[in-house]
Design a protein around this ligand. Structure first.
Ligand code: FMN
Length: 346
């Protein structure tokens, strides 16, 4: 069992990564159904929360069926992060996560360079301020370092543990690397194997299959794995990995009815939470992901993204089930998009 404060997670938990514009409550609902053990909100600007920005406040919505769930904040200023932590605490998540992957303008203006990752002392001060201002377990998600010359995650991990964080998730890339190349888990493994480190260490970056999850689990010894892009349009990744780790056998690829069923639920939750207009608009970018691999799906996709009611969309989804009944998805690989993090800066 893996513990974060009072939260008890199963042996080798699988975490859904925080993803801006993706890991909202509708998406989290389907990932929870398919085996995510711990999930996070999209990142929330601490300045936005304090200013009462509607977008930031809305991201605080969490539901009991999602638990355990963490709220992620970011910021470059001790005072605003502390205040934001207090606002977050009122909404009663299971944990509070700090994102240290983003360049924050304020920090740059104060001469600390373009990002907190360049200034470990600042990162430690910010983290300590958050830990002191909340009774929630505080966790951190970060990258290996700023660039190839500052891959300082080993020092960062020790120092953040010393100021009281209760788990650390590490994306195996540097900030300047963005999404280029492949994630390097070597340093993640070193952090995990440092005898000084007692908190759970979660590895993150490029996990897109059950085999890779098993290989990285064994090779790097991490306490659990965080999965981002592979879950987009394919939340089954969680159950598939769990099944493979437990039995050494592959779960079959979900068929068309199952895929459409999950897309339907995603749509329904989206409408429920965002309202019919925004809910339907924002769902449009997800259909292609759920229907990936189907031959001649373009025409259906084109219809799905022009319809304006849940009922009409559901009837096209019904047609898709009939048209592709029995289709085998076995050979459709998961593609990881090359995402350009666009951190909203106040
Ligand atoms: C669309 C998208 C949005 C993201 N937004 C966030 C975010 O809000 N907070 C964060 O810590 N990381 C964010 N990330 C980074 C992911 O959490 C994760 O670290 C990264 O995608 C690597 O994991 P993966 O290879 O499993 O996708 C985002 C990634 C993507 C693809």
């Amino acid at each position: 069992m893996v513990r974060i404060g009072k939260i008890e997670l199963p042996e080798f938990p699988l975490l859904l990564a925080p993803m801006e514009d993706v890991s909202d409550p509708p998406f989290r609902a389907v990932c929870k159904d398919k085996g995510a053990d711990l999930m996070y909100t999209e990142f929330i600007s601490s300045e936005g929360l304090i200013r009462d920005a509607i977008k930031s406040r809305k991201k605080l919505d969490i539901f009991d069926y999602e638990r355990p769930v963490g709220i992620q904040i970011f910021g470059g200023d001790e005072e605003s992060l502390s205040l934001a932590a207090k606002i977050v605490e009122v909404t009663n998540p299971d944990l509070l996560d700090i994102n240290f992957g983003c360049p924050v303008k304020k920090v740059a203006l104060k001469g600390a360079g373009a990002g907190v990752l360049k200034d470990i002392d600042l990162m430690v001060r910010l983290t300590s301020a958050v830990v002191k201002s909340t009774s929630l377990p505080v966790t951190v998600k970060t990258r290996l370092g700023w660039d190839d010359n500052t891959r300082n995650i080993e020092e960062v991990a020790e120092r953040l543990q010393d100021v009281g964080i209760q788990a650390l998730a590490i994306h195996g890339r540097t900030r300047t690397q963005m999404y280029k190349g492949s994630a390097d888990w070597t340093l993640i493994g070193k952090v995990k194997n440092n005898p000084r480190i007692k908190i759970p260490i979660f590895g993150n970056g490029d996990i897109d299959s059950a085999e890779k999850a098993l290989e990285y689990k064994n090779r790097y010894g991490v306490d659990g794995i965080m999965i981002g892009r592979a879950a987009i349009g394919y939340p089954w990744i969680f159950d598939e990995i769990k099944h493979f780790l437990a039995t050494g056998e592959h779960l079959g690829s979900p068929g068309i009815e199952e895929r459409v069923g999950v897309a339907r639920k995603h749509l329904h939750k989206s409408v429920e939470w965002k309202g019919p207009i925004v809910g339907i608009l924002e769902m449009r970018r997800h259909y292609a992901n759920y229907l990936k691999g189907l031959p001649n799906i373009k025409e259906y996709r084109a219809r799905l993204v022009t319809l304006n009611t849940e009922e009409e969309i559901n009837s096209v989804l019904d047609e898709i089930i009939v048209r592709y009944e029995g289709y085998s998805f076995e050979k459709t690989p998961i593609e990881l998009i090359n995402y350009h993090e666009n951190c909203p800066v106040d």
